[in-house]
Design a protein around this ligand. Structure first.
Ligand code: AHR
Length: 309
């Protein structure tokens, strides 16, 4: 790509700054926008020259931009991978060029883990476990059967795989709770709404008891569909989602969502720190996970006003 296509943040330092090429996977959600902004701001603050390109959910586009970073001989490459598999070859190319790679947010499943330095991002399996535990607690006095509808994000992406698995493993302690329908809605509000409309139409008069959405945007879309169908989200249907965006916390405080598992998008400072450490020749842990919690309706009321994204 031509240089004018880059979102480029120039460093203020007069000495030759570190250059970081970042392949962002897309702009599908409020979480993602906050993640992009965090990376941009942290680059400016730390005096790192950032070259960033949005891959619009395409792994092929990620390959293209990573190859341009290699050609430009950037100091470090950071990748937020859209899906988990298929990264071996491109990471080999970066390794051959001697450029260290940081994996951000989602994970890569590669034969040789020495092809990247570290992964900075959430424990998505644990997020699924938290969602499952919340549900078990919420329905502890309620007899089954309990029908759960699951809205997954992007096929083959780490958060979808692991949030699904963590949740399933946790609710498996009660055989009367079952996921009766599971669909991919690409982490977007529009698809979350469309999928929920379809689900509610398929079984009129018998709505699910629970909606587990793998992110807030899909939950927000689904909440609209639930309301349009004349049902009360948060009461008629228990709604659980993941992220903790301001709009979701508003719905949570208003009782239209029941719980939101936190997933922290503000990874910029850690990515810049890691970039500097790599350039200074230091060894980093293979995995860096931010501390995260779960938002209840009560906590949402307190947190709402501080929420920036
Ligand atoms: O990979 C993180 C997930 O991707 C976030 O939960 C979601 O909102 C985003 O699109």
């Amino acid at each position: 790509p031509g240089f004018d296509e880059w979102v480029s943040t120039h460093a203020r330092s007069s000495e030759a700054p570190i250059t970081l090429g970042f392949s962002q996977l897309g702009s599908e959600s409020a979480w993602r926008m906050a993640n992009t902004a965090s990376i941009e701001e942290a680059a400016v603050e730390s005096g790192i020259t950032l070259m960033m390109k949005n891959a619009e959910q395409s792994q092929e586009k990620q390959f293209e931009v990573i190859r341009s970073f290699i050609e430009m001989n950037v100091d470090v490459i950071a990748i937020a991978p859209v899906v988990e598999t298929g990264w071996d070859e491109i990471l080999e190319e970066a390794a051959q060029a001697g450029i260290p790679v940081i994996i951000v947010d989602r994970s890569v499943d590669v034969r040789d883990p020495s092809l990247f330095v570290t992964t900075i991002g959430s424990d998505f399996y644990e997020e699924g476990v938290k969602a499952g535990k919340y549900l078990l607690d919420k329905v502890s006095n309620r007899p089954g059967p309990i029908r759960v509808v699951e809205l997954q994000g992007t096929v083959g992406s780490t958060p979808s795989i692991q949030r699904g698995q963590g949740f399933l493993d946790t609710i498996s302690s009660r055989s009367d709770i079952t996921v009766t329908y599971s669909a991919f809605a690409d982490f977007t509000e529009a698809k979350g709404k469309a999928m929920m409309q379809q689900i509610l139409k398929q079984s009129p008069g018998e709505p699910p008891h629970v909606l587990y959405a793998h992110n807030d945007d899909m939950a927000l879309g689904a909440i609209e569909a639930i309301e349009e169908a004349g049902l009360a989200p948060g009461t008629d249907i228990i709604v659980i989602s993941v992220d903790g965006t301001r709009r979701a916390l508003e719905k949570l405080a208003a009782g239209k969502l029941n719980a939101v598992v936190e997933c922290n998008p503000l990874l910029g400072p850690q990515v810049m720190q890691a970039t500097k450490e790599i350039m200074a020749g230091r060894t980093l842990p293979k995995r860096m996970v931010p501390k995260e919690d779960i938002f209840t309706q009560e906590r949402a009321k307190e947190e709402l006003h501080n929420r920036k994204f």
